[in-house]
Ligand binder design. Structure first.
Ligand code: FNR
Length: 340
């Protein structure tokens, strides 16, 4: 069954980066509809996924990975993204990573291992950048996944300040058989405001045969064309975008940016359609509004307690009520409506 699937081609692609709390189903679908070729999920921690049960949601047309202890949907996906969604895991353990891979391999296009996150939570657990700093374990995780899964395996790294060390390690990763590598052109110590080292990404590109996905360019990506400036400055095969997409995912369109109100409306429609958690939808909109949260309308938005209230602001209240009623009547897994 798996052999009939198309394999992900990582060359010459525009990619939505993994982003915690942003890369949920509505945001991923919106990015795809605007022109992203591949979309990464938010980082999902291995043991959290391993607590879930896979369920088909007939009403929504989704596959849900549900933590039955509290009903949390840890990962929701659907057919529209199946050949283009890459699930990113946070892991420090080859066996757990493989179990996750086995759990999801029929529902996603590929599996990515986070080897770049510098946040305390990840590092304490040996994940993210801590995994990159533990080369033997990182290689073991990748080897185990490549050997055990039928879908492509990739990883996302940061660069070391020693570029030779970076190159030596990514060459070993390539030999293991990963299908592509995303390189965030900053070191562990560097923050998003720091300039990205496109020249260092280029050094990685020059030393590998697998596709390299350049990441870290959002400070200079204000228009769709800017994506290609970053691409050519890094020499990479593909580009992965986080913040510029978080601010306005219509950056993926080969056209001027759409007005935020139009984009928010589309996100709301998808959030209603896929019964997204209201607090997650609110968070994604906050990330788009940024300083506009200070306006009277922004303040009204911040006070919203339900998806319906949010939808009212963008004139989608009636659609929201209608769909929620329909889902209730059809017995879809109900969501807590009030934002905590
Ligand atoms: C991130 N980033 C990130 N990286 C990762 O590998 N897994 C993740 O879950 C997250 N989560 C996340 C959340 C948010 C809100 C942001 C802004 C960033 C890092 C991200 O994928 C990317 O590497 C950096 O943001 C640099 O790329 P840009 O923003 O310059 O395009």
């Amino acid at each position: 069954m798996v052999s009939t699937r198309n394999f992900v081609d990582y060359r010459n692609k525009l990619i939505l980066a993994p982003m915690v709390r942003v890369g949920t189903l509505p945001f991923r679908l919106l990015s795809l509809r605007y022109g992203a070729d591949i979309v990464y999920t938010e980082e999902l921690i291995d043991w959290k996924l391993l607590k879930t049960t896979r369920k088909i949601n007939e009403v929504l047309g989704t596959v849900d990975f549900v933590d039955e202890s509290d009903g949390t949907i840890v990962f929701r996906t659907c057919a529209e993204e199946r050949e283009r969604v890459v699930l990113q895991i946070g892991t420090s353990c080859a066996e757990r990573a493989l179990q996750v891979g086995k759990l999801v391999e029929g529902d996603v296009a590929a599996l990515d291992v986070n080897m770049g996150c510098p946040k305390e939570f990840s590092v304490k657990g040996g994940m993210g950048i801590a995994l990159l700093n533990n080369a033997e374990n990182a290689k073991n995780v990748l080897k185990t996944l490549v050997a055990g899964l039928s879908i492509p395996v990739t990883c996302k790294i940061r660069i070391f300040s020693d570029i030779e060390k970076t190159i030596a390690l990514v060459k070993e990763f390539e030999e293991i058989g990963i299908s592509a590598i995303a390189v965030h052109g900053r070191t562990r110590q560097e923050r998003p405001r720091h300039k990205v080292h496109a020249d260092m990404i280029q050094k990685v590109v020059e030393n590998l045969n697998i596709p390299v996905i350049a990441n870290g360019g959002s400070n200079e990506i204000k228009t769709h064309e800017d994506i290609f400036k970053f691409k050519s400055s890094s020499g990479a095969s593909s580009v992965m975008i986080a913040r510029a997409a978080q601010w306005n995912p219509s950056i993926f369109q080969d056209a001027p940016l759409l007005p935020l109100d139009d984009v928010i409306k589309e996100l709301l429609k998808l959030s209603i359609l896929f019964d997204n958690s209201p607090s997650n939808t609110k968070y994604c909109i906050q990330m788009m509004l940024r300083e506009l949260q200070e306006t009277p309308r922004g303040k009204k938005f911040l006070e919203c307690q339900t998806l319906e209230e949010i939808c009212e602001i963008w004139e989608l209240g009636a659609y929201c009520r209608e769909k929620q009623l329909e889902y209730q009547e059809r017995g879809s897994i109900g969501r807590r409506n009030v934002i905590p």
